[in-house]
Design a protein. Sequence first.
Length: 227
Amino acid sequence: MTAEGSIAFSLVEDTFLDGRLYRFDSQSSYGNLKIGIMEWLVTVFYIEDKTPHFTHCLAKAWRVVTHAVPSAKFWLVYGDPGWRPNNRIARYKRLLKNPQVKALCASNTEEPFEILLETQDGIKYSIAVPVTFDKLGELTWFFDISKSSFLVASASQLDWTELLNRGVPSPRDWDNCHELVAPIVDSGGVIFRRFGFFDDTNVGVQALASSALVRLIRGNERDPYES
């Protein structure tokens, strides 16, 4: 898909019945692509178990999306939003041996996609790792330590080489994420980012998807694992 523009939106509050989780959604457009926004928010005060708050929220979003799109596969995408000095190349070449990365890949038959871009400006590293729900704890570690981590859900085969060659932007600014977001949404996928910091009262997961998929997910929004 080729389009010019940026993603911008406003949020409207809509409370879940349990009083603990919230969804915000609105609609934006990027070129001819209509994009819907969903948001799951955990109010920390109400979390009574010992599960990390963001893990709880990501699990909720994961299950609701899977309930609406059972064939969706999930990928962790992270990398450098900016160029790094060339002298760090040895560190990046060792990254796939990182125990946290290996822990994510252990139960998957699909291999990660790795891209290391090298120019006169420096180096930029990015990776897409297939993940499963049982690896949720290991997955959230990346959102804690990385400034540029996303979760992608898609029932279609994505061209990760092409996507990663564009670089992984900072999830703190959706307006500059269109090169990553638009192809994923256009193929019927969902892209998630984290919001909220460790000492915030609220933490959560925000997702972008096509408007049609947002409507489908909203129609199946009840978490099948909750009574």
